[in-house]
Design a protein around this ligand. Structure first.
Ligand SMILES: C[S@@+](CC[C@H](N)C(=O)[O-])C[C@H]1O[C@@H](n2cnc3c(N)ncnc32)[C@H](O)[C@@H]1O
Length: 242
């Protein structure tokens, strides 16, 4: 996959992309990330990317002409999607990450200041994506969130492909709790079943823990999950009215 990121702060991506899974995926050629400085497409001597808003008010607005030149300069490759990171966009979630992972190219545009000129959005952007109901200073961190969530779903990126399959939100449930050595930590024991070697019983316990966690923390998610008769019976013992 090719990810093109358009930003006025290309340096903001340096360290996040040079560690852990992103670094490995880039080195293995499983994802290619190009950073483009929007400022290179400003036409005036001061390389201005923003201007005051029509109608007055606080803050600055990123200019439609500069943003459009920047996006137009990125060659399209295969199945391609132009995304604006925006607090007003569609909520990003695991299902959307899975969908985006099917594209050949994502072109991610990072806004700043008060946002971007609406005419740029209507003429160049396919989708606006929000990483949550809060506002951050710029689109760089949201773009990194999208890059990470999508890249770890690309074939070959994770060492053990199982780990993405069981992740929270992939199955629609929150994942079961994890434990590692030592067996006792500050008087807390690892659940005995996990040391029993009984794989069938461990699988059942983990499924029940996923159901329990999801019921206790995010019960609204249960409405969207395919539940077996056993799942439903177990949830009812917890007080689920489903
Ligand atoms: C300070 S914010 C502008 C917020 C804008 N005035 C509003 O009320 O929607 C600047 C930029 O940060 C990015 N941004 C902020 N919050 C975001 C979020 N929750 N999801 C995605 N991008 C976000 C967008 O690119 C936005 O253009």
């Amino acid at each position: 996959m090719l990810i093109d990121i358009l930003t006025i702060f290309p340096e903001a991506f340096e360290s996040p992309l040079s560690a852990s899974i992103m670094k490995r995926a880039i080195e293995a050629g499983l994802v290619t990330i190009h950073r483009h400085n929007i400022r290179d497409h400003a036409t005036d001597v001061h390389h201005k990317v923003d201007d005051t808003p029509y109608g007055g008010g606080a803050g600055m607005v990123m200019k439609a002409d500069v943003l459009s030149h920047a996006v137009d300069a990125v060659p399209k490759k295969g199945k391609s999607l132009r995304v604006l990171l925006s607090a007003q966009g569609q909520a990003f979630n695991q299902a959307m990450a899975q969908e985006l992972a099917t594209y050949d190219q994502l072109i991610l545009v990072c806004g700043h200041y008060e946002g971007v000129d609406e005419r740029f959005v209507s003429s160049r952007i396919d989708r606006e994506i929000s990483i949550g109901d809060y506002v951050v200073t710029g689109g760089e961190v949201p773009a990194l969130v999208v890059c990470e969530a999508v890249t770890r779903l690309l074939p070959g990126v994770l060492g053990n492909s199982e780990s993405a399959q069981n992740d929270s939100h992939t199955t629609g449930l929150l994942e079961y709790p994890h434990y590692t050595r030592p067996a006792e930590f500050e008087s807390q024991q690892v659940p005995e079943i996990l040391m029993s070697g009984n794989h069938g019983a461990i699988k059942k316990w983990r499924r029940q823990q996923e159901l329990k966690r999801t019921f206790e923390r995010r019960s609204e998610l249960l409405k969207r999950v395919e539940l077996t008769q056993d799942d439903v019976s177990f949830l009812k013992t917890l007080g689920w009215k489903g």
